[in-house]
Write a protein that binds this ligand. Structure first.
Ligand code: PEP
Length: 255
């Protein structure tokens, strides 16, 4: 068994009403309380953070955000800064989710700027990496994932790197019902860990690398059983409390 505490994060994306967010957060708070051996978190829509913060109460549930501005407070109409997220008790924030990379203009330099803002504010950046189906089929998975990793982390010191969580999310598996096989996931997770080990071996042994892409209660255990898979970033299934609970149960089993 390794020393890394598993982490399961639910990314609710742009879903639900304020009442849904209260209900889902209340359920997730109970799940987090029931599974003290792992860390559990939710990432509601930014406008639902207050509901989620109230519903989570004093439970150990992490509150996360799906996005942040690449800038400090100022004249950036429509943006939400790291400082604003902190006021809601936000602890972690996604950087470089593939939906933002593909649809919303977050290229590598934007991802890097957001990650640095998150670190500067004391938030935990969850850096998302992953290849498209076309890139996988053309044999480019390694170069794409390592390129995204290097671009985001190249100028960071070890003390900053140790505060980061990485999520490997093959784009072809997000919201499609297709999941990477446990062996496919493990191969990319090991690649990421060994790239980090070239900079700092101890840090590489401690950093958490989550898998994301159509994780469900029925496939979570075999993914989490892989040596370098330290938990999951869960989209669709995190909107169904019974599924999210099943995934957290799987993560709670001994690795
Ligand atoms: C995600 O949104 O990060 C994700 C992995 O979604 P899904 O679990 O629905 O594939």
């Amino acid at each position: 068994m390794n020393m890394r505490k598993r982490l399961v994060l639910g990314n609710w994306k742009m879903n639900g009403s304020r009442q849904d967010s209260r209900d889902w957060a209340g359920a997730a708070a109970r799940i987090a309380t029931d599974h003290p051996l792992i860390d559990v978190g939710i990432m509601p829509a930014t406008v639902h953070l207050q509901e989620a913060q109230q519903a989570k109460g004093n439970s150990p549930l992490w509150l996360g955000a799906q996005n942040l501005a690449a800038y400090d407070n100022g004249a950036y109409t429509g943006e939400v800064s790291a400082q604003m997220l902190l006021e809601f008790g936000v602890r972690a924030v996604l950087c470089g989710h593939s939906e933002r990379r593909q649809l919303l203009g977050d290229n590598d330099s934007v991802v890097k700027a957001k990650l640095q803002r998150a670190l500067a504010a004391g938030l935990i950046p969850v850096l998302c990496l992953g290849e498209t189906l076309e890139q996988r089929e053309s044999g480019a998975t390694e170069s794409v994932v390592l390129g995204q990793l290097d671009s985001a982390l190249s100028q960071l010191q070890s003390k900053e790197l140790e505060r980061i969580v990485i999520a490997y999310e093959p784009v072809w598996a997000i919201g499609t019902g297709l999941t990477a096989s446990p062996a496919q996931a493990q191969a990319v997770h090991a690649l990421i860990r060994s790239a980090i080990a070239q900079r700092d071996a101890i840090l590489a042994s401690l950093i958490r690398i989550l898998y994301g892409g159509s994780v469900k209660g029925s496939n979570a255990a075999e993914l989490f059983a892989q040596a370098d898979v330290d938990g999951g970033l869960i989209g669709g299934a995190s909107l169904v409390p019974s599924e999210f609970a099943a995934i957290c149960r799987a993560a709670s089993q001994d690795g």
